[in-house]
Ligand binder design. Sequence first.
Ligand code: ADP
Length: 277
Amino acid sequence: MSSSCSGNCSGCSSACNSEEKLEKRLSLIKNKILVLSGKGGVGKSTVAATLALTLARKGAKVALLDVDFHGPSQPTLFSLQTATVEGNENGMFPVETEGLKIFSIGLVMEDADRAIIWRGPAKIGVLKQLFEDVQWGELDYMILDFPPGTGDEVLSACQMLTGSKRAVIVSTPQEVSLADCRKCVDFCKQVEVPIAGIIENMSGFVCPDCGHRHEIFSSGGGQKLADLAGCGLIAQLPLDPVFLQKCDSGDVAGALNSSPVIAGEMDKAASLLISRN
Ligand code: ADP
């Protein structure tokens, strides 16, 4: 309820009820982690999924909210393309799998290949509904997977999400990705969301035949970004073809199990987030 309203007026009572409901739902979520990237294709959704899984494997109550309306990846990563969303008079239930609560616009679209053509206000309305109408329950962490860049969704979420929130920025090591991530760093500073850390993805490739490490996308970029942001480089994930194949086939949990290096790095990142709650 807004501070200027007694709640008794007829004109704004439904807006006040909606705000009250939103506040109540959000007050049950201890930590909100916003996973951001400057560009698409750098592994942001994969990092959001593996971070959520790693936190859940450490015993935390975790939800993963896919806010990438134009390219929702979480249903694919968790093989949820045919999952049905249940609900009751209090709202929808997130889908539960691998110890996580998951919700994505992709779960309620009749045709997964149909493009979503929404202007900013429509996206903001849906975003609010996802916070307000999904029965998240008590959570230690909500991991939010945003579209790349710093558009309507992330700005609105920063304004709507009350309580503790932090950002994790995902970049590949090369300049084209870093340049856009510098904008994410600046965005976080402007909206006063602390940056919990940088995750450098596709950070080198170890040849399975000769064991030699190749810096395919250059090196050192993630550390430079962390220095600029004034935070830590909390994980460096190598390119791993087996990991990719498992993620693409909808087995992100198996992907994590198949790559001890990626699992170890994500474990380090999750532990750091927990230690700084
Ligand atoms: P974004 O969310 O930034 O658009 P995705 O998470 O969808 O990117 O990842 C893009 C593609 O890269 C996916 O096919 C994913 O499986 C793959 N990928 C991500 N990280 C790695 C990695 N470390 N090694 C191999 N493939 C990866």
